[in-house]
Each structure stands twice: as C-alpha cells, then as structure tokens.
Write a protein that binds this ligand. Structure first.
Ligand code: SF4
Length: 404
C-alpha cells in the first residue's frame, strides 16, 4: 500500500518514512547531522526541536506553534538523535509523552477517517473500516440505553500488542466487544493506541555503552549548530530538574523532607510519574487520595500527573477536586497487595515486611495502612532526634563536670 508524502510529513514516525525518504531515513546519525547543519533550514529546525524540549520540561500538553510541513521529518529525526545523546530516561519519557500527545491531537483533528485508516495500514495493523459506522452492542446505564457503533475494528493480536503498556481494566480484551477475532473500537481509543506506538518509537533505552556515546557526542559536537542546541537543552534541563526534585520532596505545610517518610508503594508511583511512565487507574486513585489525606494542595497533586502521556489539566483538576470533596480514604495495605501495588518486597522495606513493635515487647504489629507508615516513621525519626539531642546534652554535661 502506498501512502502520501503529505501524510508522512505530518506523521514522520510512520514506517513509510524509510521508503519515501530513503536518502535521509537510512543515513548514519553523524552524517545526517553534519548535512543538516549546513542547510539553510537548520536554524528553523533547531528552533523547533528546542521548543519541543522546552514544552516537555514545562509539562505542556501540546507543542506550541507546531507546524506541519516537510521540515517535520528533520525535526523528528534530530529529536531522536538528541534523545539518544542526552541518554536520560526522565527527559526521554517526558519528550516522548509530549510528542505522542501532540500526534494524538493531530490525529484527532483529522477531518475524515480515511487518513486514520491509512495510518493504520501503514503501521501494518489488521483493521476493518466501516462507513457508515457498524453497530456492535448496547450500553445500558440505569434507564439509559445507547446503541454502540464504530468506524473501526482491529484484530485482537494488534489490539493486545498496542495496548500492552496500558494496563487499565477497561482496556482488557474481556471488557471489549470481540467479533470474529476483531475488537470494535471507537476512533478516540484507536488514536490513543496509536499514540502509544508513537511514544514507544521515541523511548530509546538508556545506553550502558557510555564509551560509544561519549565518542558520538564528541564527533557531533564538532558541528557548531548541533553543539549549541545540545548545550541549550542540557542547561534548560539542569535548571528544571532542580525544581522537580524540590516539588517532589517537600511537604507543603511543614516544609519537611517527606520523601524519606513515604512508604514504598507511594515512592514507586511518584517515581513512575516523575519519569513520565503511564499509571494505571488504581495507581492514580491511590496517589490522589493519599496526597489529599496529607493535605497536599489540589494544584500540587495535579502537577504530579502532568508528565503522564494522557495528561489533561482541566480533567485532572476536576477529578482531584472531586476526590477532595468526597474525602476518600486511601487504599489500605491489603487492598494494595491484592492490586499488585504493594512494593514491600521490591524495596526490601523492614517496616512493611516485619511490622513494628508494640507496648508488649514480645508482640510485633503488622502494618495495615500506608498512612500509618508515615506516622510510625515520623515517630521513630522524632525519637531518634530526641535521643541524639540527649546524647549530645549528656556529653556536654560530662565534659563540663570534668573541667570543673
Ligand atoms: S506494606 Fe503497605 S505501606 Fe508498605 S509498601 Fe505494602 S502497601 Fe505500601
């Protein structure tokens, strides 16, 4: 199947890039960069790439002034090379999330379904297109009955492959209509699956081969335009990184470093969010309820989600505000265990695994709730502080007595 150049310009992550733009798609990265930066378009391309990184570091939901033209391909390839050179998982995740979210918005704005169909074909997906939309079921909510119709159905193997990182309950095959091996799918859901494909295209694994990476950066840094861009992005990140660390660590009210007091199940979710990894439904609910129980302000809780691939500020703010009004209690340990969210073993956490002492010295109590974890840790650290103070006081008194 042949696909138009215009569609590849708009979506340069399509496999046809290599066929249509064989001359640039197959070039070694260093050669691509040296040719790019002698080109008169290079300033514009570098500016666009910088804008993507700026937007990703600022947790924007869309790339500002994003243009869809034939420079897009160079922007995409340069972006991938810089991600490789930066070799930083947090930057890669944030950038991949933003870029894929942008692709989602562009696909959603497509005026007809035929482009979406062509994209699926180019990705080699087994897909059926229905015009008019095909009825496939009935949705009944209380007294309301709604006939379900879809323009697309996708083969279940492709569906599972694309949805493998999206572990939400409602995406499971058993919760979708499957007819003759095909899953009926709404346009938005299909686009969300393609977004995941785009995200994965940019998720370059951090390389352990530091020597090759160093040699590569040394070689491409000889090209002035590239070096300037790379240095600008690195220094932008250094500044933003400090702010991220700060906002994750500090309790808003007490200005206390809370990270050391959080249980492993919470640390794990915060880490995933910080790295821009997707969070499943229960992880989202738990972290919202947990942080609200600690009286974190709504906007700080919303901020935690800003790095996720499907972040929508308005929707998230509404949901967090709603949860605050309802005053939900965060899941207890037994629920978190049954949901596979307990991280006691992974973090080899003594308090979570062994429990804590009670008034009866022969008895150990089991930890039942993540909020109790904070209370106990706080109590222990206060006792430790007190003990240290007493020790210092005693040492001072003893030295005084010896001098008298
Ligand atoms: S034992 Fe409880 S607090 Fe500790 S990691 Fe598991 S769920 Fe979280």
């Amino acid at each position: 199947m042949s696909i138009s150049n215009e569609l590849v310009n708009r979506y340069p992550w399509l496999p046809s890039l290599k066929k249509i733009y064989e001359d640039i798609g197959e070039k070694p990265p260093a050669e691509f960069i040296s040719e790019l930066f002698i080109n008169s378009d290079s300033i514009q391309i570098a500016e666009r790439v910088l804008k993507i990184f700026e937007a990703a570091f600022n947790n924007l939901e869309e790339i500002p002034d994003n243009k869809i033209d034939d420079l897009n391909i160079h922007v995409y390839l340069l972006l991938k090379i810089i991600l490789y050179a930066l070799n930083n998982k947090m930057i890669t995740n944030r950038t991949a999330n933003l870029y894929s979210k942008n692709a989602y918005n562009d696909m959603e704005r497509e005026s007809n379904e035929s482009n979406l169909y062509n994209i699926c074909q180019d990705l080699g997906l087994k897909i059926n297109f229905y015009d008019p939309p095909e009825p496939y079921g009935l949705k009944v909510v209380k007294d309301h009955r709604e006939k379900l119709k879809a323009n697309f159905s996708i083969h279940y193997i492709d569906y599972l492959r694309l949805a493998s990182n999206l572990r939400d309950e409602y995406r499971k095959l058993t919760n979708n209509t499957l007819i003759n091996g095909y899953v009926f799918i709404q346009n938005k859901t299909l686009i969300r699956l393609i977004q995941e494909y785009v995200r994965n295209k940019l998720l370059i694994e951090e390389t352990g081969d530091k020597a090759s990476l160093k040699a590569f950066i040394k070689e491409v840094s000889k090209i002035q335009g590239f070096k300037e861009l790379y240095d600008k992005i690195s220094s932008l990140w250094d500044k933003r990184k400090e702010e991220f660390d700060f906002s994750f660590k500090i309790d808003i009210k007490s200005k206390e470093d809370m990270l050391s007091l959080y249980p492993p199940c919470v640390i794990e979710i915060l880490k995933k969010a910080e790295e821009g990894q997707n969070l499943v439904h229960h992880e989202r609910l738990f972290i919202v309820w947990f942080l609200l129980a600690l009286e974190y302000p709504v906007e700080k809780v919303v901020d935690i989600f800003s790095t996720l691939p499907d972040f929508d500020k308005e929707k998230t703010t509404y949901q967090v505000e709603y949860a605050k009004r309802k005053n939900y209690t965060p899941y207890q340990c037994s629920t978190l265990k049954s949901l596979g969210l307990c991280m006691a073993d992974k973090y080899k956490d003594e308090l979570c695994k062994e429990g804590y002492g009670s008034k009866d010295p022969t008895e150990r109590k089991k930890l039942k709730h993540p909020l109790a974890y904070i209370r106990i840790k706080k109590y222990r650290s206060e006792k430790e502080e007190e003990y240290k103070k007493n020790l210092a006081k005693r040492a001072l008194e003893e030295s005084k007595n010896q001098n008298d």
